[in-house]
Design a binder for this molecule. Structure first.
Ligand code: GDP
Ligand code: MG
Length: 419
Protein backbone atom coordinates (compact mmCIF):
# COMPACT_ATOMS: atom_id res chain seq x y z
CA UNK A 1 0.00 0.00 0.00
CA UNK A 2 3.02 2.20 0.45
CA UNK A 3 4.08 4.31 -2.53
CA UNK A 4 7.01 2.92 -4.49
CA UNK A 5 10.08 4.78 -5.80
CA UNK A 6 10.44 5.15 -9.58
CA UNK A 7 13.75 3.29 -9.36
CA UNK A 8 12.23 0.32 -7.55
CA UNK A 9 9.19 0.22 -9.82
CA UNK A 10 11.41 0.12 -12.91
CA UNK A 11 13.43 -2.67 -11.33
CA UNK A 12 10.38 -4.71 -10.38
CA UNK A 13 8.89 -4.39 -13.87
CA UNK A 14 12.27 -4.93 -15.57
CA UNK A 15 11.88 -1.66 -17.47
CA UNK A 16 14.11 1.33 -18.12
CA UNK A 17 13.82 4.01 -15.47
CA UNK A 18 13.32 6.65 -18.15
CA UNK A 19 10.34 4.78 -19.67
CA UNK A 20 8.75 4.39 -16.24
CA UNK A 21 9.40 8.02 -15.27
CA UNK A 22 7.88 9.32 -18.49
CA UNK A 23 4.69 7.35 -17.91
CA UNK A 24 4.51 8.39 -14.27
CA UNK A 25 4.64 11.99 -15.42
CA UNK A 26 2.02 11.53 -18.14
CA UNK A 27 -0.37 9.13 -16.37
CA UNK A 28 0.03 10.33 -12.79
CA UNK A 29 -1.87 13.55 -13.49
CA UNK A 30 -0.37 15.20 -10.46
CA UNK A 31 2.09 18.05 -9.98
CA UNK A 32 4.28 15.98 -7.66
CA UNK A 33 5.41 13.98 -10.67
CA UNK A 34 6.39 16.91 -12.93
CA UNK A 35 10.00 16.83 -11.79
CA UNK A 36 10.28 13.15 -11.12
CA UNK A 37 13.60 11.58 -10.20
CA UNK A 38 14.57 7.99 -9.38
CA UNK A 39 13.56 8.47 -5.75
CA UNK A 40 10.15 10.03 -6.46
CA UNK A 41 7.47 8.02 -4.68
CA UNK A 42 4.68 6.80 -6.92
CA UNK A 43 1.21 5.89 -5.67
CA UNK A 44 0.37 2.26 -6.32
CA UNK A 45 -2.56 3.10 -8.58
CA UNK A 46 -0.26 5.20 -10.76
CA UNK A 47 2.22 2.31 -10.70
CA UNK A 48 -0.58 0.07 -11.90
CA UNK A 49 -1.44 2.47 -14.75
CA UNK A 50 2.20 2.57 -15.81
CA UNK A 51 2.41 -1.22 -15.69
CA UNK A 52 -0.80 -1.74 -17.64
CA UNK A 53 0.36 0.61 -20.40
CA UNK A 54 3.67 -1.22 -20.66
CA UNK A 55 2.09 -4.66 -20.60
CA UNK A 56 3.15 -5.51 -17.06
CA UNK A 57 1.11 -6.66 -14.09
CA UNK A 58 1.51 -4.61 -10.96
CA UNK A 59 0.37 -6.52 -7.92
CA UNK A 60 -0.43 -4.57 -4.86
CA UNK A 61 1.57 -6.02 -2.01
CA UNK A 62 -1.53 -6.56 0.02
CA UNK A 63 -1.77 -9.27 2.61
CA UNK A 64 -1.89 -12.17 2.44
CA UNK A 65 0.20 -11.79 -0.68
CA UNK A 66 3.03 -10.22 1.18
CA UNK A 67 3.13 -12.70 3.99
CA UNK A 68 6.32 -11.47 5.53
CA UNK A 69 4.98 -7.97 5.97
CA UNK A 70 1.68 -9.43 7.08
CA UNK A 71 3.37 -11.50 9.73
CA UNK A 72 5.61 -8.78 11.05
CA UNK A 73 2.38 -7.22 12.32
CA UNK A 74 4.05 -3.93 12.97
CA UNK A 75 4.58 -0.88 10.85
CA UNK A 76 6.71 2.18 11.05
CA UNK A 77 4.63 4.88 12.70
CA UNK A 78 5.29 8.61 12.79
CA UNK A 79 8.83 9.35 13.81
CA UNK A 80 9.94 5.80 13.01
CA UNK A 81 8.18 4.34 16.04
CA UNK A 82 7.07 0.75 15.68
CA UNK A 83 3.31 0.65 15.92
CA UNK A 84 1.45 -2.57 16.43
CA UNK A 85 -1.65 -3.04 14.33
CA UNK A 86 -4.86 -3.65 16.28
CA UNK A 87 -6.40 -7.10 16.43
CA UNK A 88 -9.20 -7.76 13.98
CA UNK A 89 -12.04 -10.31 14.08
CA UNK A 90 -11.42 -13.63 12.32
CA UNK A 91 -13.19 -14.34 9.04
CA UNK A 92 -14.61 -17.84 9.01
CA UNK A 93 -15.77 -19.60 5.87
CA UNK A 94 -18.05 -22.62 6.22
CA UNK A 95 -17.43 -25.34 3.64
CA UNK A 96 -18.22 -29.02 3.22
CA UNK A 97 -20.12 -31.70 1.36
CA UNK A 98 -23.65 -30.97 0.19
CA UNK A 99 -26.34 -31.84 2.77
CA UNK A 100 -23.84 -32.17 5.59
CA UNK A 101 -25.50 -29.19 7.28
CA UNK A 102 -23.70 -25.97 6.30
CA UNK A 103 -26.82 -23.85 5.85
CA UNK A 104 -28.43 -25.18 9.01
CA UNK A 105 -25.27 -24.49 10.99
CA UNK A 106 -25.05 -20.94 9.62
CA UNK A 107 -28.69 -20.31 10.56
CA UNK A 108 -28.08 -21.65 14.04
CA UNK A 109 -25.00 -19.46 14.47
CA UNK A 110 -26.88 -16.42 13.21
CA UNK A 111 -29.54 -16.95 15.83
CA UNK A 112 -27.03 -17.62 18.54
CA UNK A 113 -27.21 -13.91 19.38
CA UNK A 114 -30.30 -11.77 19.44
CA UNK A 115 -28.59 -8.92 17.57
CA UNK A 116 -27.11 -11.23 15.01
CA UNK A 117 -30.47 -12.87 14.48
CA UNK A 118 -32.07 -9.49 13.86
CA UNK A 119 -29.35 -8.54 11.44
CA UNK A 120 -29.72 -11.89 9.73
CA UNK A 121 -32.42 -10.83 7.32
CA UNK A 122 -30.22 -8.05 6.03
CA UNK A 123 -26.81 -9.64 6.33
CA UNK A 124 -27.96 -12.70 4.47
CA UNK A 125 -27.72 -10.75 1.25
CA UNK A 126 -24.23 -9.69 2.22
CA UNK A 127 -22.85 -13.13 1.85
CA UNK A 128 -21.51 -12.57 5.35
CA UNK A 129 -22.66 -11.85 8.86
CA UNK A 130 -21.02 -10.76 12.05
CA UNK A 131 -21.38 -12.37 15.47
CA UNK A 132 -20.55 -9.66 18.00
CA UNK A 133 -18.00 -10.42 20.65
CA UNK A 134 -18.56 -10.13 24.37
CA UNK A 135 -18.46 -6.47 25.31
CA UNK A 136 -17.39 -5.52 21.84
CA UNK A 137 -16.41 -1.91 21.65
CA UNK A 138 -14.14 -2.41 18.72
CA UNK A 139 -10.99 -2.50 20.82
CA UNK A 140 -8.89 -5.50 21.67
CA UNK A 141 -10.54 -8.22 23.68
CA UNK A 142 -13.98 -9.58 23.02
CA UNK A 143 -13.61 -9.44 19.26
CA UNK A 144 -16.47 -10.73 17.20
CA UNK A 145 -16.46 -13.32 14.46
CA UNK A 146 -17.25 -12.65 10.81
CA UNK A 147 -18.81 -15.61 9.06
CA UNK A 148 -18.86 -15.86 5.29
CA UNK A 149 -22.01 -17.41 3.97
CA UNK A 150 -20.86 -20.52 2.24
CA UNK A 151 -19.75 -19.07 -1.06
CA UNK A 152 -19.51 -22.38 -2.85
CA UNK A 153 -16.22 -23.73 -4.02
CA UNK A 154 -16.34 -21.81 -7.29
CA UNK A 155 -16.49 -18.42 -5.58
CA UNK A 156 -13.76 -19.46 -3.18
CA UNK A 157 -11.61 -20.45 -6.10
CA UNK A 158 -12.27 -17.11 -7.81
CA UNK A 159 -11.07 -15.28 -4.71
CA UNK A 160 -7.93 -17.39 -4.62
CA UNK A 161 -7.32 -16.69 -8.28
CA UNK A 162 -7.52 -12.95 -7.75
CA UNK A 163 -5.18 -13.29 -4.80
CA UNK A 164 -7.90 -11.82 -2.66
CA UNK A 165 -8.50 -14.69 -0.31
CA UNK A 166 -10.73 -13.20 2.34
CA UNK A 167 -10.80 -16.08 4.78
CA UNK A 168 -8.74 -16.79 7.89
CA UNK A 169 -10.36 -20.00 9.04
CA UNK A 170 -12.06 -22.65 6.94
CA UNK A 171 -14.68 -24.36 9.06
CA UNK A 172 -15.10 -27.74 7.44
CA UNK A 173 -18.51 -29.24 8.14
CA UNK A 174 -18.60 -33.05 8.29
CA UNK A 175 -21.76 -34.99 9.05
CA UNK A 176 -21.28 -37.36 11.98
CA UNK A 177 -23.38 -39.95 10.19
CA UNK A 178 -21.77 -39.72 6.73
CA UNK A 179 -18.10 -38.95 7.37
CA UNK A 180 -15.74 -37.63 4.71
CA UNK A 181 -17.34 -37.39 1.27
CA UNK A 182 -16.27 -36.25 -2.18
CA UNK A 183 -16.69 -32.51 -1.60
CA UNK A 184 -15.09 -32.82 1.85
CA UNK A 185 -11.98 -34.13 0.13
CA UNK A 186 -12.23 -31.36 -2.46
CA UNK A 187 -11.99 -28.79 0.34
CA UNK A 188 -8.94 -30.58 1.73
CA UNK A 189 -7.30 -30.55 -1.69
CA UNK A 190 -8.04 -26.85 -2.09
CA UNK A 191 -6.46 -26.17 1.32
CA UNK A 192 -3.44 -28.24 0.38
CA UNK A 193 -2.95 -26.14 -2.77
CA UNK A 194 -3.36 -22.90 -0.85
CA UNK A 195 -0.84 -23.94 1.80
CA UNK A 196 1.69 -25.06 -0.80
CA UNK A 197 1.33 -21.74 -2.66
CA UNK A 198 1.74 -19.70 0.51
CA UNK A 199 4.79 -21.66 1.53
CA UNK A 200 6.35 -21.12 -1.87
CA UNK A 201 5.67 -17.35 -1.65
CA UNK A 202 7.14 -17.32 1.83
CA UNK A 203 10.32 -18.99 0.59
CA UNK A 204 10.60 -16.67 -2.40
CA UNK A 205 10.36 -13.64 -0.14
CA UNK A 206 13.11 -15.08 2.00
CA UNK A 207 15.18 -15.41 -1.14
CA UNK A 208 14.89 -19.18 -1.17
CA UNK A 209 14.01 -21.51 -3.99
CA UNK A 210 10.77 -22.92 -2.65
CA UNK A 211 10.16 -26.13 -0.79
CA UNK A 212 9.85 -26.52 2.96
CA UNK A 213 10.88 -23.60 5.12
CA UNK A 214 11.43 -23.00 8.81
CA UNK A 215 9.17 -20.47 10.44
CA UNK A 216 6.36 -20.85 7.96
CA UNK A 217 2.76 -20.99 9.11
CA UNK A 218 -0.11 -20.63 6.66
CA UNK A 219 -2.46 -17.63 6.74
CA UNK A 220 -5.44 -19.92 6.24
CA UNK A 221 -6.23 -22.38 8.99
CA UNK A 222 -8.62 -25.27 9.30
CA UNK A 223 -11.19 -26.28 11.90
CA UNK A 224 -13.66 -29.14 11.69
CA UNK A 225 -17.26 -29.14 12.91
CA UNK A 226 -18.72 -32.63 13.14
CA UNK A 227 -22.45 -31.98 12.79
CA UNK A 228 -25.70 -33.86 13.33
CA UNK A 229 -24.43 -35.52 16.51
CA UNK A 230 -28.05 -35.47 17.75
CA UNK A 231 -28.68 -38.29 15.28
CA UNK A 232 -26.33 -40.54 17.21
CA UNK A 233 -27.31 -42.45 20.32
CA UNK A 234 -25.26 -41.63 23.35
CA UNK A 235 -21.78 -40.39 24.06
CA UNK A 236 -20.17 -43.66 22.99
CA UNK A 237 -21.52 -43.41 19.45
CA UNK A 238 -20.39 -39.80 19.25
CA UNK A 239 -16.88 -40.78 20.30
CA UNK A 240 -16.83 -43.59 17.72
CA UNK A 241 -17.93 -41.19 14.96
CA UNK A 242 -15.27 -38.66 16.00
CA UNK A 243 -12.63 -41.39 16.09
CA UNK A 244 -13.54 -42.51 12.55
CA UNK A 245 -13.59 -38.99 11.14
CA UNK A 246 -10.32 -37.99 12.81
CA UNK A 247 -8.56 -41.05 11.44
CA UNK A 248 -10.01 -40.48 7.97
CA UNK A 249 -8.69 -36.88 8.15
CA UNK A 250 -5.29 -38.14 9.31
CA UNK A 251 -5.14 -40.33 6.20
CA UNK A 252 -5.27 -37.05 4.27
CA UNK A 253 -2.56 -35.43 6.34
CA UNK A 254 -4.90 -33.49 8.63
CA UNK A 255 -4.03 -34.20 12.26
CA UNK A 256 -6.60 -33.42 14.93
CA UNK A 257 -5.62 -32.34 18.43
CA UNK A 258 -6.61 -35.76 19.74
CA UNK A 259 -4.13 -37.30 17.32
CA UNK A 260 -1.33 -34.97 18.29
CA UNK A 261 -1.94 -32.31 15.61
CA UNK A 262 -3.32 -28.80 15.84
CA UNK A 263 -6.66 -29.07 14.04
CA UNK A 264 -9.62 -28.60 16.35
CA UNK A 265 -12.50 -31.01 15.80
CA UNK A 266 -15.74 -29.93 17.48
CA UNK A 267 -18.90 -32.06 17.73
CA UNK A 268 -22.09 -30.01 17.28
CA UNK A 269 -25.75 -30.23 16.47
CA UNK A 270 -27.28 -27.36 14.55
CA UNK A 271 -30.73 -28.71 15.42
CA UNK A 272 -30.43 -28.96 19.23
CA UNK A 273 -27.75 -26.27 19.48
CA UNK A 274 -25.46 -28.63 21.38
CA UNK A 275 -21.80 -27.69 21.09
CA UNK A 276 -22.43 -24.35 19.37
CA UNK A 277 -21.16 -22.10 22.19
CA UNK A 278 -18.11 -24.38 22.42
CA UNK A 279 -17.60 -24.07 18.66
CA UNK A 280 -17.65 -20.25 18.87
CA UNK A 281 -15.25 -20.31 21.84
CA UNK A 282 -12.87 -22.51 19.90
CA UNK A 283 -13.05 -20.24 16.85
CA UNK A 284 -12.11 -17.33 19.14
CA UNK A 285 -9.27 -19.39 20.59
CA UNK A 286 -8.04 -20.22 17.11
CA UNK A 287 -8.20 -16.55 16.15
CA UNK A 288 -6.23 -15.63 19.25
CA UNK A 289 -3.52 -18.06 18.27
CA UNK A 290 -3.44 -16.72 14.72
CA UNK A 291 -3.14 -13.22 16.23
CA UNK A 292 -4.90 -11.60 13.32
CA UNK A 293 -4.01 -7.95 12.98
CA UNK A 294 -4.60 -5.27 10.40
CA UNK A 295 -3.85 -1.62 10.00
CA UNK A 296 -6.95 0.53 10.42
CA UNK A 297 -5.31 3.67 9.15
CA UNK A 298 -4.76 4.48 5.54
CA UNK A 299 -6.69 3.70 2.38
CA UNK A 300 -9.07 0.76 2.64
CA UNK A 301 -8.85 -2.52 0.82
CA UNK A 302 -11.46 -5.22 0.62
CA UNK A 303 -12.86 -8.08 -1.38
CA UNK A 304 -16.10 -7.88 -3.34
CA UNK A 305 -18.36 -10.67 -2.09
CA UNK A 306 -21.38 -9.84 -4.14
CA UNK A 307 -22.91 -7.08 -6.24
CA UNK A 308 -26.41 -6.39 -7.47
CA UNK A 309 -29.46 -4.14 -7.43
CA UNK A 310 -31.34 -3.74 -4.17
CA UNK A 311 -34.80 -2.33 -3.90
CA UNK A 312 -34.75 1.32 -2.85
CA UNK A 313 -30.95 1.40 -2.77
CA UNK A 314 -29.89 0.88 -6.37
CA UNK A 315 -26.54 -0.69 -7.04
CA UNK A 316 -25.12 -2.32 -3.95
CA UNK A 317 -21.73 -3.95 -3.60
CA UNK A 318 -21.05 -6.26 -0.66
CA UNK A 319 -17.51 -5.95 0.55
CA UNK A 320 -15.46 -7.69 3.17
CA UNK A 321 -12.90 -5.21 4.44
CA UNK A 322 -9.37 -6.52 4.79
CA UNK A 323 -7.20 -3.51 5.41
CA UNK A 324 -7.31 0.18 6.31
CA UNK A 325 -10.62 2.00 6.42
CA UNK A 326 -13.38 2.93 4.04
CA UNK A 327 -15.73 5.86 4.59
CA UNK A 328 -18.48 7.66 2.68
CA UNK A 329 -16.93 10.12 0.26
CA UNK A 330 -13.97 7.84 -0.53
CA UNK A 331 -13.24 7.13 -4.17
CA UNK A 332 -12.83 3.44 -4.93
CA UNK A 333 -11.78 1.21 -7.77
CA UNK A 334 -13.69 -2.07 -7.56
CA UNK A 335 -12.30 -4.61 -9.98
CA UNK A 336 -12.86 -2.94 -13.35
CA UNK A 337 -15.41 -0.41 -12.05
CA UNK A 338 -15.14 2.70 -9.93
CA UNK A 339 -17.25 5.16 -7.98
CA UNK A 340 -17.48 7.55 -5.05
CA UNK A 341 -18.87 5.88 -1.92
CA UNK A 342 -22.25 7.45 -1.25
CA UNK A 343 -23.18 5.41 1.78
CA UNK A 344 -22.01 2.36 3.70
CA UNK A 345 -24.50 0.02 5.32
CA UNK A 346 -23.68 -2.92 7.47
CA UNK A 347 -24.60 -5.28 10.22
CA UNK A 348 -22.20 -3.90 12.75
CA UNK A 349 -23.34 -0.52 14.04
CA UNK A 350 -27.00 -1.32 13.86
CA UNK A 351 -28.73 -3.91 11.72
CA UNK A 352 -28.45 -2.66 8.18
CA UNK A 353 -27.84 0.86 9.44
CA UNK A 354 -25.25 3.33 8.22
CA UNK A 355 -21.59 2.74 8.99
CA UNK A 356 -19.36 5.78 9.16
CA UNK A 357 -16.09 3.89 8.93
CA UNK A 358 -15.68 0.33 7.70
CA UNK A 359 -12.72 -1.44 9.32
CA UNK A 360 -10.84 -4.70 8.69
CA UNK A 361 -12.95 -7.90 8.82
CA UNK A 362 -16.21 -5.95 8.67
CA UNK A 363 -18.76 -7.08 6.12
CA UNK A 364 -20.46 -4.00 4.67
CA UNK A 365 -22.65 -2.89 1.79
CA UNK A 366 -21.32 -0.06 -0.28
CA UNK A 367 -23.46 2.32 -2.35
CA UNK A 368 -22.19 4.64 -5.06
CA UNK A 369 -20.70 2.47 -7.77
CA UNK A 370 -21.53 3.26 -11.39
CA UNK A 371 -21.51 -0.25 -12.77
CA UNK A 372 -21.68 -3.77 -11.38
CA UNK A 373 -18.25 -5.03 -10.30
CA UNK A 374 -17.21 -8.68 -10.33
CA UNK A 375 -17.31 -10.66 -7.07
CA UNK A 376 -13.95 -12.02 -5.97
CA UNK A 377 -12.10 -8.92 -7.14
CA UNK A 378 -10.56 -6.28 -4.92
CA UNK A 379 -11.82 -2.90 -3.83
CA UNK A 380 -9.23 -0.23 -3.19
CA UNK A 381 -9.46 3.40 -2.14
CA UNK A 382 -7.70 5.78 -4.52
CA UNK A 383 -6.91 9.48 -4.38
CA UNK A 384 -9.21 11.04 -6.93
CA UNK A 385 -12.06 10.36 -9.34
CA UNK A 386 -9.74 11.04 -12.27
CA UNK A 387 -7.33 8.39 -11.10
CA UNK A 388 -10.07 5.89 -10.29
CA UNK A 389 -11.54 6.34 -13.73
CA UNK A 390 -8.14 5.92 -15.36
CA UNK A 391 -7.30 2.76 -13.41
CA UNK A 392 -10.71 1.19 -14.03
CA UNK A 393 -10.49 2.03 -17.74
CA UNK A 394 -6.95 0.67 -18.06
CA UNK A 395 -8.02 -2.55 -16.31
CA UNK A 396 -11.02 -2.96 -18.62
CA UNK A 397 -8.84 -2.42 -21.65
CA UNK A 398 -6.21 -4.87 -20.41
CA UNK A 399 -8.93 -7.46 -19.77
CA UNK A 400 -10.33 -6.77 -23.25
CA UNK A 401 -6.90 -7.32 -24.80
CA UNK A 402 -6.51 -10.59 -22.90
CA UNK A 403 -9.90 -11.80 -24.07
CA UNK A 404 -9.06 -10.78 -27.63
CA UNK A 405 -5.76 -12.63 -27.50
CA UNK A 406 -7.44 -15.70 -26.07
CA UNK A 407 -10.06 -15.67 -28.82
CA UNK A 408 -7.39 -15.18 -31.46
CA UNK A 409 -5.41 -18.08 -30.00
CA UNK A 410 -8.46 -20.33 -30.04
CA UNK A 411 -9.21 -19.39 -33.64
CA UNK A 412 -5.68 -20.22 -34.73
CA UNK A 413 -5.89 -23.51 -32.89
CA UNK A 414 -9.26 -24.19 -34.47
CA UNK A 415 -7.89 -23.66 -37.97
CA UNK A 416 -4.94 -25.90 -37.31
CA UNK A 417 -7.23 -28.57 -36.04
CA UNK A 418 -9.28 -28.37 -39.22
CA UNK A 419 -6.27 -29.04 -41.39
P1 GDP B 1 -25.96 -28.08 3.29
O1 GDP B 1 -26.25 -28.63 1.94
O2 GDP B 1 -24.60 -28.47 3.74
O3 GDP B 1 -26.22 -26.63 3.40
O4 GDP B 1 -26.93 -28.86 4.30
P2 GDP B 1 -28.24 -28.33 5.00
O5 GDP B 1 -27.95 -27.36 6.06
O6 GDP B 1 -29.22 -27.93 3.97
O7 GDP B 1 -28.74 -29.67 5.74
C1 GDP B 1 -29.09 -30.85 5.05
C2 GDP B 1 -30.10 -31.64 5.88
O8 GDP B 1 -29.51 -32.04 7.10
C3 GDP B 1 -31.33 -30.82 6.23
O9 GDP B 1 -32.46 -31.67 6.13
C4 GDP B 1 -31.09 -30.44 7.69
O10 GDP B 1 -32.28 -30.28 8.39
C5 GDP B 1 -30.30 -31.60 8.21
N1 GDP B 1 -29.40 -31.19 9.30
C6 GDP B 1 -28.46 -30.23 9.26
N2 GDP B 1 -27.82 -30.14 10.43
C7 GDP B 1 -28.38 -31.03 11.24
C8 GDP B 1 -28.15 -31.44 12.62
O11 GDP B 1 -27.29 -30.92 13.33
N3 GDP B 1 -28.94 -32.44 13.12
C9 GDP B 1 -29.89 -33.05 12.35
N4 GDP B 1 -30.59 -34.02 12.93
N5 GDP B 1 -30.13 -32.72 11.09
C10 GDP B 1 -29.39 -31.72 10.53
MG1 MG C 1 -26.80 -25.30 1.86
Amino acid sequence: HEPIAVRELAQKLSLKMKDVGERVLRLGGSEEYYNWNPETKVDLDVAELVGLELGRTVKRMAPPENLLEYRSRVREGRGGRRVEWPLRPPVVCVMGHVDHGKTTLLDALRQSRVAAAEAGGITQRLGAFHIPGVGEGGEEGGLGITVLDTPGHAAFRAMRMHGALATDIVLLVVSATDGLQEQTLEVLRMLEEQWAEEEEDFCMQRGGEGGKMEGFSPSLSLMVAVTKVDKLHGEEEVQTALYKIEHALAAHGIMSEALGGDVQVVPVSAVTGAGLPDLLDRVRLQAEMLELRADREGPGEGVILDAGMEKGLGMVMSVLMRWGSLAPGDVVVAGEQWGRVKKILGARNSPGGPVDRALPSMPVRVLGLRDLPTPGQEVIVVKSEERAEAVAKARREAAERRRYQETAATEVLGEEEQE
